[in-house]
Design a protein. Structure first.
Length: 213
């Protein structure tokens, strides 16, 4: 169940129905389905009864946006898991890194330095269940940047599910983006980035399986 659906089931209204969408993208590689969804739900409505009955308690609940990207692969779960959690395989389609699928492991994603930012994202594995799920905190950047490289403190969850044909369904959830106007450019570029890295994985995975990293 998506974050928006869960929140709305609990009674929180969506601020704008246009922001709770999911659509098939154009130009996907054959046999690979990519879908995107964004969520901007006013979760404050969930806590309104509490705030009304305990008015002496001041609470501040901030809104966040999430990105959902999905793809289907013909390879088994174990193969796609290796592409996500082997640092050398991951570097081929994502970014250079030193990931390990171990809870508590702190690692770095090395991007391209931009202006005052050194290009490094700091990460920490929050949960891992081989070969189906890994979740990690992803933070870093610089406040002066407008789009990619702007400071963010987010959470990524990669989930793999077996398909009846022996393939794998890959769900990529990236959550924790602010809804303030200053975060719009970062959010937009990360939506496009999620699509880009899934296309990269689709393109690179056959060679990784055949030749390794």
């Amino acid at each position: 169940m998506e974050l928006c659906d869960l929140a709305q089931r609990w009674g929180a209204p969506a601020k704008d129905p246009k922001l709770h969408t999911q659509a098939q993208t154009k130009g996907s590689a054959p046999g690979v389905a990519l879908k995107f969804a964004s969520c901007r739900t006013d979760i404050r409505a969930l806590f309104l009864p509490v705030l009304l009955t305990r008015s002496s308690i001041l609470a501040e609940v901030s809104e966040t946006r999430s990105i959902l990207t999905e793809a289907d692969f013909e390879y088994p779960v174990e193969t796609v898991w290796q592409a996500l959690t082997d640092s050398e395989w991951l570097a081929v389609w994502f970014f250079p890194n030193d990931i390990q699928p171990v809870v508590g492991h702190k690692f770095t994603i090395w991007g391209r330095p931009i202006e005052r930012w050194d290009g490094e994202f700091r990460c920490e594995v929050l949960a891992a269940k081989a070969p189906n799920m890994i979740s990690f905190r992803w933070f870093g950047g610089h406040e002066e940047l407008k789009a990619f490289g702007r400071y963010m403190d987010t959470k990524v969850t990669w989930t793999l599910s077996p398909l009846p044909n022996g393939g794998t369904h890959f769900s990529f959830v990236h959550e924790g983006f602010g809804t303030d106007p200053q975060s719009d450019a970062l959010y937009d570029v990360m939506v496009k980035g999620s699509e880009s890295v899934l296309r990269s994985l689709t393109k690179r995975l056959p060679d990784l399986v055949k030749y390794g990293a």
